[in-house]
Design a protein around this ligand. Structure first.
Ligand SMILES: Nc1ncnc2c1ncn2[C@@H]1O[C@H](COP(=O)(O)OP(=O)(O)OP(=O)(O)O)[C@@H](O)[C@H]1O
Length: 288
């Protein structure tokens, strides 16, 4: 279990990236959802021991993450938002190199681990190709392979599906879900579907604060009876957005459907709608 308590961080330029953040993250897949600039990467880099905070604490089981960096690095797998690219190096050679850095010093065990991870990420057939020739999806899968070296108990994946085409995204999410059972896996994303499809628990972060956390299904259930829908003209959307909390506005077959939040039926042609995780996300950001 990862326990984050009262974490605060202000950057040198005065931006308060984390404001008293507390979270309990059990084993399994945990989704950290938030818009750009919410503080997700700051939190991920902090857990990954790459930067410090002004106050607060993080414990992974008995390890004091902020003060025992060396211990954390032994059990950590980290896939950063931007993995440094080494375009001229073949995938297998680079993975073997990372494995040495991770402490896999025995050649035979290392060879087995590298082969297993290349097969798992479906890169075995292209293992001799240089990284510079890989597509975005292949590079992401290579990132996962390096993050899984040494069987980490704590895995951090920062915005992994950004820029992937739908097929690669699904392949990548399937890969992640396979590893989510024995480790604490934290996945940061601004894509609601990533969380819906994968995560047993989640939190929403906005402007450095945790707006809510819990199980996606339970959070959706809390909105039961409070979401209303209406088909409107495209030009009317802005007016509704001014006068009521609009959770979403979608084009469906050339018509615009808006969903709004309200404890009572808004009248005026609105009808009850099934809440979904996207509504949870926007309701939280509306303060609902
Ligand atoms: N090194 C830094 N120095 C100053 N400000 C920073 C630094 N890193 C991040 N910030 C600011 O801190 C806030 C949180 O940024 P962070 O990257 O943690 O958010 P995020 O949720 O990961 O967003 P994104 O999805 O855009 O990466 C933003 O306002 C950002 O501009």
């Amino acid at each position: 279990m990862l326990r984050i308590e009262n974490l605060s961080k202000t950057y040198g330029n005065g931006v308060r990236a984390l404001k008293d953040v507390s979270l309990e993250i059990p084993r399994g897949m945990f989704g950290l959802l938030g818009p750009n600039g919410a503080g997700k990467s700051t939190l991920m880099r902090t857990i990954a021991t790459l930067q410090g905070v002004d106050s607060g604490s993080i414990f992974f089981d008995d390890i004091d993450v902020l003060n025992e960096k060396h211990e954390v690095r032994k059990i950590l797998g980290y896939l950063p938002q931007d993995m440094g690219v080494y375009p001229g190096i073949p995938a297998e050679t680079l993975l073997d190199h990372f494995a040495v850095l991770k402490g896999l010093v025995f050649a035979e065990a290392r060879r087995e681990a590298v082969e297993r991870l290349l097969r798992m990420t479906n890169l075995y057939d292209v293992r001799r190709r240089k990284l510079g020739t890989f597509s975005g999806g292949m590079r992401r899968r290579f990132g996962i392979a390096q993050a899984l070296l040494g069987d980490p108990g704590l895995i951090i994946v920062d915005e992994p599906t950004a820029g992937l085409d739908p097929e690669e995204r699904i392949r990548f999410l399937n890969l992640l879900s396979e590893i989510g059972e024995t480790a604490v896996v934290i996945l940061s994303t601004h894509i609601v579907e990533d969380v819906r499809e994968l995560c047993t628990r989640m939190a929403i972060l906005s402007q450095g604060r945790v707006l809510l956390s819990g199980e996606p299904g339970a959070l959706v259930a809390q909105l039961e009876g409070r979401v209303w829908r209406k088909v409107v003209g495209r030009s009317e959307v802005a007016g509704y957005q001014k006068s009521m909390p609009v959770l979403s506005s979608r084009l469906a077959a050339g018509r615009t459907v808006i969903h709004v939040l309200g404890d009572r039926a808004p009248g005026d042609g609105f009808e009850p709608a099934e809440p979904d995780l996207e509504h949870v996300y926007f309701a939280a950001r509306h303060g609902g």
